[in-house]
Design a protein. Structure first.
Length: 853
């Protein structure tokens, strides 16, 4: 079947026609053959019957006369009939009468039965005919003839051959005719196929199939042609739109090229403009750096000299003038810093560090700095407890101080009476990255609601009359906002006019694993005594200010005016076996600058033990990290507003320097260079009674701290200050004090608890960095002079009790008493002041009044 399917349509048609014709002809042939067979049989039977009739008629006499001989010879006459092979005659009774057999043929095994009056019977290859012999209508016998059907078969074969030949001939004719006729059907189809193939192979949609008939094939060809028309039409449209598209693309490309050329031109222009702007910016920064240096250099002289001047004996009037110079200098410096900062922010040159730093130390420093201002305005500065337990902040510590200084400074400035309080805590402690939150509350003039939104914008002040009254540029808060945001925090304010304001800001917390430096230890100048320091600065005034300050702290100090001189100095000191412990290098020097000098020193293996501190004035602010990375041990910004800053940086650089050599007694102080500056003598000791004794004053109130220090120093003591009980414990662990004055009420850890902790340390004899020879006398300083208070102090482990405000005489008495006790070896002093001895004075009486002039 599959072979048939793959035949061409032409073969299929021919085959179908021939097959149909063959079937028809075969049916016809079969019908004819059947008819012929039937006729032939009839003819054969009829012929044999006629012979039998003739023989029978001739036999009637022989039968009548019962003459078998005659009958036999009559029967033998059938020999002339070619097909007859045997014959039998029967008498009236059916008994065989005569028999004939063609000679040479085998005798039939059985004689056929006498049939009825007449009839015939076909066997396989024999035909038997039976005829009755009648005389006067009466049967007298019967005759049976048997033919061998040879003629019948010959004729049958002849007919069959004839039929076969005529069938074959008619099939051949049919095939010939059908081959011609099938073309009528197949050729249009073949034509269509050819066209379709051409379209398929050559994509030629212009050819068409020709229609020759109006039948289904004609319709198919029509549809095919219509489809080709449609495709050609679409092809045409496609080609048209394609060329249109190409045209449009070409146009667009042209436009784009023009646009790109224009952009390149604008970009070039922009680059040129940017380069010019950058050039201008650089010029501006250079100008700022120069101006900063130029202004800071004389300011350094003004502020430094004023600081020194204020430490000398002065008349009241002189002191007043010096203090005015000092505060004006600070204001000028603040203004200068603000303007510089602002220009830097504008120029995008503000570089901030992001390092972990202890918050408590920075906050205390700011409060320290602002305490005199608050005191002068009789405003109480309150620091909420809990600072020490806070995690470290993450940011730029100097910028943090700047923000706090500005906000607390503003709060003091805009508060006429009441207090300014700082509260520090953790903002949203449950948040995944909580922040430190600093809130500065004041009871000042407040800010109208409609002005709050403009506060943090530059040059914005609430009203000009306020400005005239309080001064200021309106830059501070804008700078604060920028700094806080750059450190990753936010800033804001809540305020009620007439009642006060709360400025707040947040700061990221350093990761917990950041190195915890613990609360900053307070450095005492004596801790650094005998260190050899080289001051390198090209300006005489700077050298003088620094060396004088260092001499005052009993450091051994030399000065060099240039990098070369400094190197010479350092090398000869090292060669003499007495290398400098610290070198303070000015950054901006003609010829070799501080950074290059530092690099040279760091490269020289003989000078490695010297710790280097960089001193810069201005534009290098924020570069601390760069200098520290380069190998410097410390960094200080000029002008050094507070001597304390210098002391802290010296101590820090010294303790952090990995190769430091101890300033042991084996290296006695070098004689100070008389050409540099006069070394002031140590403070004079009143009465000459007490050698310099080291005492600790634990006191949280900055004013009381100052008063206490001043009084104790007058009595010849060397005073360290602890801001709360916890700090006091830490300091007692570090330094061998001869006596502790302990305020009872302090934030974080009060005096009672602190005393108990110190006594515990003494008992266990662990945790102390020195070996105490005796019990440390602790003297309570309390504003509570009520009965029972003294007992409470003694119960906590204190040894003595003084009520505030204390007088110089009372202090001296206590000091003397404990000195005597020490001399007589740990005997308790003869008499503790009884409660009755305590002079109760009004608490609000200014403490300074009790200090004799
Ligand atoms: P200024 O140098 O003028 O103080 P700031 O930017 O620090 O500049 O402050 C801008 C203005 O915000 C101030 O002039 C003042 O009007 C107002 N201001 C700032 N802090 C306070 C405050 N604590 N109480 C009332 N007003 C304040």
């Amino acid at each position: 079947m599959s072979r048939f399917r793959s035949l061409s349509i032409r073969s299929k048609l021919s085959l179908v026609i021939v097959a149909a014709s063959a079937i028809g002809l075969l049916a016809l042939g079969l019908a004819l053959a059947t008819q012929e067979l039937f006729n032939l049989r009839q003819t054969t039977v009829r012929h044999l019957s006629t012979v039998a009739d003739v023989v029978g008629r001739n036999l009637d006499a022989a039968l009548t006369f019962e003459d078998p001989e005659t009958a036999h010879s009559i029967l033998g006459s059938v020999e002339s009939e070619p097909g007859v092979v045997a014959g039998w005659v029967y008498d009236r009774d059916g008994q065989p009468f005569a028999e004939y057999r063609r000679p040479g043929l085998p005798a039939d095994p059985a004689s056929p039965n006498l049939l009825s009056l007449g009839g015939h019977e076909f066997h396989k290859d024999r035909l038997t005919v039976h005829r009755s012999i009648l005389v006067n209508g009466q049967p007298i016998g019967a005759v049976l003839l048997q033919s061998d059907l040879r003629e019948f078969h010959d004729r049958l074969h002849h007919h069959a051959r004839l039929l076969g030949v005529s069938l074959l001939v008619s099939l051949l004719v049919t095939f010939g005719v059908s081959s011609g006729l099938q073309r009528i059907v197949s050729s249009p189809i073949l034509d269509l196929t050819r066209v379709a193939r051409r379209v398929g192979e050559h994509k030629d949609f212009s050819v068409r199939a020709s229609k020759r008939t109006a039948d289904e094939i004609g319709t198919l060809i029509d549809s095919f042609n219509a489809m080709l028309d449609e495709i050609a039409g679409r092809d045409d449209a496609l080609r048209r739109s394609h060329s249109e598209l190409e045209l449009r693309v070409e146009e667009r490309t042209r436009d784009l090229r023009l646009e790109i050329e224009e952009r390149i031109r604008i970009e070039d222009e922009l680059k040129q403009t940017a380069a010019r702007a950058e050039e201008a910016n650089r010029a501006k920064s250079d100008f700022l750096a120069t101006m900063s240096h130029e202004i800071r250099t004389p300011m350094n002289g003004v502020i430094g000299c004023t600081n020194l001047l204020l430490d000398t004996p002065l008349s009241d009037e002189q002191r007043d003038y010096a203090e005015t110079i000092q505060s004006s200098g600070h204001s000028l410096l603040n203004l200068l810093n603000d303007i510089l900062d602002f220009s830097k922010i504008e120029a995008g040159h503000l570089a901030l560090e992001s390092v972990p730093f202890p918050v408590a130390a920075a906050v205390e420093e700011v409060f320290d700095l602002l305490a005199p201002q608050a005191e002068a305005r009789q405003i109480e500065l309150v620091l909420h407890p809990g600072l020490d337990s806070l995690p470290q902040g993450l940011g730029d510590v100097s910028r943090f101080r700047q923000v706090l200084l500005n906000l607390v400074g503003n709060a003091i400035k805009f508060t006429a009476r009441g207090h300014v309080a700082l509260q520090v805590g953790i903002d949203h402690p449950d948040h995944p990255s909580p922040r430190l939150r600093f809130a500065i509350h004041d009871t000042g003039i407040g800010i109208p609601r409609d002005k709050i939104s403009i506060l943090f914008h530059r040059f914005q002040q609430v009203d000009s009359s306020t400005t005239r009254r309080y001064g200021g540029t309106g830059l501070g808060l804008a700078i604060c906002r920028c700094l806080v945001e750059r450190m990753g925090g936010t800033i804001g304010v809540e305020s009620v006019p007439g009642r006060g304001s709360t400025f707040w800001f947040t700061l990221p917390i350093a990761p917990a694993h950041a190195h915890d430096e613990g609360p900053a230890a307070l450095v005492h100048p004596a801790d650094l005594a005998r260190l050899r320091v080289l001051v390198v600065d090209d300006l005489d005034i700077n050298r003088r200010v620094l060396t004088t300050q260092l001499h005052r702290w009993h450091l051994v100090c030399h000065a060099a005016a240039s990098a070369d001189e400094a190197l010479e100095c350092l090398q000869s000191a090292a060669a003499a076996g007495e290398p400098f412990h610290i070198a303070l290098l000015d950054y901006l020097m003609p010829g070799t600058d501080g950074a290059t000098l530092g690099a040279r020193i760091l490269q020289d293996p003989t000078l490695r033990s010297t710790a280097l501190i960089m001193l810069t004035s201005g534009s290098q602010r924020g570069d601390a990290r760069r200098f520290l990375d380069a190998g410097f041990a410390g960094f200080l910004l000029k002008p050094v507003v507070r001597p304390r800053q210098l002391l802290d940086v010296l101590a820090q650089a010294w303790t952090n320097h990995p190769l430091r050599i101890a300033p042991g007694p084996s290296s006695p102080p070098l004689a100070p260079d008389p050409s540099q500056s006069p070394v002031p003598s140590p403070p004079t000791q009143p009465n000459g009674n007490h050698p310099r004794r080291r005492v600790l004053l634990a006191e949280d109130n900055p004013v009381n701290q100052r008063v206490g220090i001043r009084m104790l120093e007058r009595l010849g003591c060397r005073v360290d200050v602890a801001g709360n009980g916890r700090e006091a414990v830490q300091m007692v662990r570090r330094f061998p004090y001869e006596l502790v004055f302990m305020d009872c009420l302090m934030p974080d850890m009060d005096g009672y608890e602190s005393t108990r902790a110190i006594r515990q340390l003494e008992r266990q004899r662990v945790g102390l960095l020195h070996a105490p020879s005796r019990r440390l006398p602790i003297v309570a300083l309390t504003a509570n002079a009520m009965t029972g208070d003294r007992e409470r102090c003694l119960d906590a482990g204190m040894d003595d009790h003084l009520a505030k405000p204390v007088t110089l005489a009372e202090l001296k008495k206590v000091l003397d008493r404990w000195e005597d006790a020490a001399r007589t070896h740990d005997e308790p002093p003869p008499s503790l002041p009884a409660p009755a001895d305590v002079r109760i004075e009004p608490v609000d009486k200014p403490v300074d009044e009790t200090v004799p002039a």
